[in-house]
Write a new protein. Structure first.
Length: 310
């Protein structure tokens, strides 16, 4: 029986525009197919922060500037981003499989992920999306639409949405069926379309779920052998960018928690990746791996990367 791995792709694996992304995913596909060729059963998750913001902004601009374009709710923008990123990824993976004469299928599942409507993330939105506005523009939109804006690094004001924790993957049984058939599955794109459970059924909410957390939940639910988070660096470091920077080959759960308490991992960068790994490792007793896209194959052989273990 081949090992099952969930691969969480960082933003460096995707592009900020459709044309840039089409070029970048060809390299991403090579890494994914490398793992499949090594005998791994591969599931892929990815982020969508810039893409969902771009779609949301375009729809808002079109609806506010004449014409017949309707305003598009945020969850639908998330679904659009899942679709077009998945389309690019699966097309590149399908082509790479064909080039290597590997008899495997690849498909994207448009995936909903249930969140708790009482999650504290909804009281304190933190995830920036879309473009920058002046203070006056931001205040005007806040009054009109009830959005929340924050000042972003001196560059202007940006809309922020909630980033609640993922609770349940709605399409998990469909994902399992494809995994059992040996297919490469792209799922929980952008962390999944966030939905809450109501009396009438599922209802989309304006939020962006952290993709690493959703990938950790996915890995736990399908009983994956390993969670792999691919990012811009080869290894996790403590004292990052300082003279005494130390790259880590491995760390235990206890060591990871100690490094978090000491403030070694930046909140918007490495910290959510470490926390997602801890989610998976503590719930499954298995290992997680953090490395760069180009080093994934070597890292799975134990030649590089940072392993987080129980």
């Amino acid at each position: 029986m081949s090992e099952t791995v969930v691969v969480a792709l960082g933003g460096n694996a995707l592009g900020k525009t459709a044309s840039e992304q089409l070029a970048l995913v060809k390299h991403t596909a090579k890494t994914i197919v490398d793992l499949a060729q090594e005998g791994y059963q591969v599931l892929v998750g990815h982020g969508n922060g810039p893409q969902v913001g771009m779609i949301n902004l375009a729809m808002e601009f079109a609806s506010q500037n004449g014409g017949n374009t309707p305003d598009m709710p945020f969850p639908e923008c998330g679904a659009m981003s899942q679709g077009y990123i998945g389309y690019h990824l699966q097309q590149a993976i399908q082509q790479e499989l064909k080039t290597r004469n590997i008899d495997k299928l690849c498909a994207t599942i448009v995936t909903q992920v249930v969140v708790d409507e009482n999650d504290e993330g909804f009281q304190k939105p933190t995830k920036p999306v879309g473009s920058f506005y002046s203070k006056e523009e931001a205040e005007k939109i806040e009054k009109e639409k009830g959005y929340t804006f924050v000042e972003d690094a001196g560059r202007g004001y940006r809309r922020v949405v909630a980033s609640p924790l993922p609770k349940r993957i709605v399409e998990i049984d469909v994902v399992r069926q494809l995994v059992e058939q040996g297919d490469i599955v792209i799922t929980v794109g952008g962390g999944g379309i966030p939905v809450i459970e109501t009396i009438e059924g599922l209802s989309g909410v304006a939020a962006v779920i952290d993709k690493d957390r959703s990938c950790a939940l996915l890995a736990r639910d399908i009983k994956a052998d390993k969670l792999i988070i691919l990012t811009a660096v080869e290894k996790v470091s403590i004292n990052y960018n300082k003279e005494n920077q130390e790259d880590l080959d491995k760390m235990s759960v206890a060591e990871a928690k100690q490094y978090i308490a000491e403030g070694h991992f930046a909140p918007g960068s490495m910290l959510p990746k470490i926390e997602a790994c801890l989610d998976f490792v503590q719930s499954s007793g298995k290992q997680a791996l953090i490395t760069s896209l180009q080093d994934a194959k070597k890292a799975l052989k134990g030649e590089t990367g940072t392993i987080i273990y129980p």
